[in-house]
Design a protein. Structure first.
Length: 354
């Protein structure tokens, strides 16, 4: 039986099959992206993390686009034109959390074997080589690249977690070089980004520029303790300068930290969950609980949260539903619960424990 959806004619846009006309077929080890016209446009073999065997969806001539391109025929959500096809961040240099994820995974009783270690070690070497190189930061800015504090910190995290994996699982690594480099990068992140006049960390390693809510993640990444005086004053500065009202935070101020994008944006919900983490970690458990509850109350009747919220109206903005926001619900909720238990046991300081 052919349903109405299946009966729709296959219509290509400028030669491309729309992403909504694709489906995933997998076997638990890998999967393929298959179009309604029968074309297989993406396939990694033999596993998900293998190099792509078929990658037509990324080929400008046979199935996808690298660059952002406007679709003038679409109005966008509530008139938020222009609607764009693609993601310009495809070409950006960004730092991620792959090694930290591997570390957390291995801490659950799994072992990083030689095959996985052979994939992780080059990532560590890349972090060592490139930690000083300016990038687009966690927010994928379209402006000139900068030496973001967050990015340098993640390079430290990659090396530090790799060292811990190697020690735990008995894997070979250049001990002196990795350990010395990790110390040097951490020191740079915490000293070169510090503004002594404002008594706060700043968005980049020049110790100047604006504040960035991603700085609130430094304790969670074990770069610095939550209750370190520098982190306490940074939390205070971010809560004041990036305040969007009612417990909401802007991720940065574009007029101070240019992002290359026109217009304004709403408060970024995940940033407020990061604030919850810091309040709890600094022993301000009641404030953290109140803020956490207020954020959770913003969910719609289905319990879903958006990427951003309009500071004045509470209207949902940006991607919806947004996984990052729901990660905040879970991660901050767990951290808050642990902080409340420690406070109930007579230890009001929720240090960097997870």
């Amino acid at each position: 039986m052919i349903t109405g959806a299946e009966a729709r004619p296959v219509v290509r846009q400028d030669g491309y099959l729309p992403i909504e006309d694709h489906g995933l077929i997998g076997d638990g080890s890998t999967c393929a992206l298959v179009g309604r016209d029968g074309a297989m446009t993406w396939l990694c073999l033999p596993e998900f993390d293998s190099p792509p065997f078929l990658a037509g969806i990324l080929d400008a001539e046979s199935g996808g686009r690298f660059e952002i391109a406007p679709l003038p025929q679409l109005r966008g959500y509530r008139g938020s034109a222009p609607v764009r096809w693609g993601n310009g961040a495809r070409h950006q240099l960004q730092r991620g959390e792959i090694v930290d994820i591997a570390y957390q995974w291995s801490g659950s009783g799994k072992r990083v074997d030689e095959r996985l270690w052979a994939a992780l070690a080059p990532i560590v070497e890349m972090a060592i080589r490139s930690w000083r190189v300016p990038d687009s930061g966690p927010w994928e800015i379209r402006d000139k690249s900068r030496p973001f504090t967050y990015s340098a910190a993640l390079c430290y995290v990659a090396i530090d977690r790799a060292i811990q994996i190697a020690r735990r699982d008995g894997l070979p690594y250049p001990k002196r070089r990795w350990e010395a480099t990790a110390r040097r990068i951490r020191q740079a992140a915490l000293t070169q980004s510090w503004d002594p006049r404002r008594r706060t960390f700043t968005e980049n390693l020049r110790g100047s520029g604006g504040l960035d809510a991603s700085l609130l993640t430094l304790p969670d990444r074990n770069v610095i303790e939550f209750d370190d005086p520098r982190m306490v004053s940074t939390t205070k500065a971010i809560a004041a300068e990036l305040d969007a009202g009612n417990g909401l935070l802007f991720r940065y101020l574009p007029e101070v930290s240019p992002d290359g994008l026109p217009g304004s944006e709403g408060a970024f919900l995940l940033c407020s969950f990061w604030l919850v983490d810091n309040l709890a970690g600094q022993g301000r458990v009641d404030e953290a609980h109140e803020l956490y509850e207020s954020l959770c109350r913003r969910a719609n009747p289905l319990g879903l949260l958006p990427e951003q919220i309009h500071p004045d109206t509470g209207e949902f903005l940006g991607n919806f539903p947004q996984a990052f926001s729901h990660v905040g619900v879970l991660a901050s909720g767990l951290r808050l619960l642990k902080a409340e238990r420690r406070a109930a046991n007579g230890d009001p300081t929720a240090r960097n424990q997870s």
